[in-house]
Design a protein. Structure first.
Length: 155
């Protein structure tokens, strides 16, 4: 039996017991939208439910200025020289490869770094990523899928 990446992720999320109704996603990369298929899009009303915000590292179509009102800043994207690893320390320990650009993030508890550069934070119900996770989930990366499953289980 052959399984698509989307079906595999859907199965992994279902197996992990994800509460889809309590978790939403904000992203603009096509691969991320495909990877996060089945998770409700963020509508702009940040309450107490967890929200994953994935920066598209500088795409003009993205407007994340609303995060500034929450005290979170997404800084200018930086080019990553060669393949590098983003080290997540929360909610699980994971290493996710980055091949292009990252946006440093400030204004919350740092949950991931590229070397010494903070590229993901959490603050209240918000988890903000300055390095795309979706394309790795879409490609079936084991650590990326485990990280997403852990994020979607947040209270």
């Amino acid at each position: 039996m052959e399984l698509s990446r989307r079906a595999l992720l859907g199965s992994a999320i279902a197996f992990a017991g994800v509460r889809i109704g309590s978790f939403s996603v904000s992203c603009s990369l096509e691969e991320s939208r495909k990877a996060f298929h089945g998770l409700p899009p963020f509508t702009g009303a940040a309450g107490q439910s967890p929200v994953l915000v994935e920066s598209s590292v500088g795409l003009a179509i993205e407007n994340l200025a609303w995060l500034e009102r929450k005290g979170i800043l997404i800084h200018q994207p930086r080019t990553v020289r060669g393949p590098a690893w983003v080290r997540f320390d929360w909610p699980i320990s994971a290493m996710i490869r980055d091949f292009g650009r990252v946006s440093p993030i400030s204004g919350g508890v740092v949950i991931a770094r590229l070397n010494d550069l903070p590229v993901a934070v959490r603050k209240g119900p918000l988890v903000v990523l300055g390095s795309p996770l979706g394309p790795h989930v879409y490609a079936g990366d084991r650590d990326a899928c485990a990280l997403l499953a852990s994020l979607t289980q947040l209270p």
